[in-house]
Design a protein around this ligand. Structure first.
Ligand SMILES: Nc1ncnc2c1ncn2[C@@H]1O[C@H](COP(=O)(O)OP(=O)(O)OP(=O)(O)O)[C@@H](O)[C@H]1O
Ligand SMILES: O=C(O)c1ccc[n+]([C@@H]2O[C@H](COP(=O)([O-])O)[C@@H](O)[C@H]2O)c1
Length: 203
């Protein structure tokens, strides 16, 4: 399948692209804020939101359709440097390791960085092939209220400790040979999709 058939956003060798995977049920300002932090601190050209067909660790029976989540995320993101995509559905991947392998193969020379909130670092050791993910591309962890200490004390953070960059080295991260990672503290948002779903239920 060509890049066009896969509906990959524009890319070229040397571009620095952050990959921000998520359920986005719904997308909210916390996602946007984390993306802006990554764009600025890692000096990225773009952030691609990868709206998942379904997180392999979550119960997805009540998940709204992918097209609906993508449309809502696009309206929310509303930023020239954020591309909202359904790449995992077209690649037919669910596990992040598979997605990252495929994207690296299909986009040679692109400087990809995997982005995730600190709550996900806390559980990263439960992901499929998580050590392989850390070897596939640099990782940026964005601080999120409620998980700062849990994430830094997590099994994955411990295993990756020797490859951690200091916060002022963000611009170097996308060109580092993995494993390499950074923990970014920036403006924080208390928002979560869970909270917004609960709010919608009570209204
Ligand atoms: N407020 C936030 N600050 C930083 N990162 C966030 C924030 N909200 C979500 N993220 C990150 O965005 C990515 C996608 O998250 P997701 O779409 O599951 O949103 P969520 O608010 O965590 O959803 P839910 O409450 O349903 O678990 C994850 O890496 C998550 O850690
Ligand atoms: O590959 C895995 O095993 C895996 C396990 C849990 C989560 N992920 C990915 O992590 C991203 C964030 O998920 P979520 O549900 O917290 O938004 C999303 O891209 C998921 O597909 C991936």
């Amino acid at each position: 399948m060509s890049a066009e058939e896969l509906r990959l956003p524009p890319h070229a060798p040397g571009l620095r692209i952050g990959l921000f995977g998520g359920t986005f049920n719904p997308a909210h300002d916390g996602h946007r804020m984390a993306s802006l932090t990554a764009l600025r601190r890692l000096q990225l050209d773009r952030v691609w939101w990868l709206v998942t067909p379904g997180n392999p660790l979550k119960d997805n029976h009540a998940l709204p359709p992918l097209a609906q989540r993508i449309a809502q995320a696009r309206a929310l993101a509303d930023h020239g440097h954020i591309n909202v995509t359904g790449i995992e559905a077209t690649l037919r991947t669910r596990y992040t390791a598979d997605t990252l392998r495929q994207l690296k193969r299909r986009c040679p020379g692109v400087r990809f960085v995997w982005i995730m909130g600190s709550d996900n670092l806390a559980n990263f050791h439960r992901w499929n092939e998580w050590r392989t993910i850390a070897r596939l591309m640099p990782i940026a962890v964005i601080d999120r209220p409620g998980s700062t200490h849990r994430s830094i004390a997590s099994p994955a953070a411990n295993w990756m400790a020797r490859w951690r960059l200091s916060e002022n080295q963000g611009a170097a991260l996308p060109v580092r040979t993995p494993p390499a990672w950074i923990f970014l503290h920036g403006r924080r948002s208390d928002l979560s999709s869970t909270y917004l779903r609960e709010l919608a239920e009570t209204n």
